[in-house]
Design a protein around this ligand. Sequence first.
Ligand SMILES: *Cc1c(COP(=O)(O)O)cnc(C)c1O
Length: 394
Amino acid sequence: MDFNEIKVLDEENIVGCYGRFGLGIESGEGARCRSFDGKEYIDFTSGIGVNLLGFCDEKWVKAVCEQAGKLNHTSNLYYTAPGTKLADILCKKTGGVMKKVFFANSGAEANECAIKTARKYGSDKYGEGRNEIITLINSFHGRTLTTLSATGQDVFHKNFSPFTEGFVYAKANDFADVESKVSEKTCAVMMEVVQGEGGVVALDEDFVKAVAKLCAEKDILLIIDEVQTGIGRTGKLFGYMNYGVEPDIVTSAKGLGGGLPIGAALFGAKTESVLGKGDHGSTFGMNPICCAGALAVMDSVNDEFLLDVKRKGDIIKTRLEAMSCDITVSGMGMMIGVEIKGKDSKQIVAAALENGLMLLTAKNKVRMLPPLNISDEDIEEGLEILEKTLKNMQ
Ligand SMILES: *Cc1c(COP(=O)(O)O)cnc(C)c1O
């Protein structure tokens, strides 16, 4: 099939909820991929933060293929090795702050689990009324009805009502506002430490610390949504580790599987025993192949790797700020937002793609989520393409 045939078939058969670029990808290796007509692209998107080790990393492919030939799936009625090992590694790498894991298949599903757990914690300890969760304005927590409700952006709250009740929204980086939303009904505060879809906005350290302290004092659970920030993206295993706080629940997905669908909710001391038999489940959760992929990712994301993420993030930031336009860079590690004064982010991304560089947007910003193991040469080549693109747009 050539690209045009695929495009026609896609438009005939796939629900039209995606705004696709006029490009089809056939194969990829590392931070580079090829279209059906053989043109090469540098990837600063990682499939929206998923391909942490790039396209088809050798170790990852081997782990996944070996597992596929050994045990593809059984149910959660039986014990299996890959997910068990993965949970052990995840907990150990938080220094024991996280003690138990529930595996799901996506970020939204991991967040659903966190939300259910927070509500059960509230109801077990304080009775039925303690079920409200404070989330932040401009947040993003997923596309299911409940995680859309949790998402503090009005654009997502159209057409699909009625929504799940029990969410109140507070202003990011405004502690007084969070405090004013707390009541006896509050069971949790849920936030991303770097808001991804909301425009790559890193929360202030003082704010995050103050919220964590308030939560601890009032026995309100602190849920950190690390679906985008997690597994090394910010230069630490989890984004919260940049803030010196200890959450009660952490959710992970996107990059965890390195290209296979997986989600995880991690529970700390207060929450590890909240869910009991029959309280929650997921048919595909803990799938051995997905967990084998995640184990290969976790094996790569060691301390040295994390330092390199920070180094490369700094290189990108410095190089961007030296470009000859009015650029503001936000984010943390290799989760980067770029605001270019007087320019539309969607136009920049479309023009850069024409020139061979894949980028994302986040609101009015260009967003970069390169594979974390991208080489310095590929970074430089990508940034040269961006620089040229911006020059041609002037
Ligand atoms: C992408 C994302 C989600 C949703 O993840 P899915 O796997 O698409 O369900 C939730 N929270 C954050 C912070 C995200 O970036």
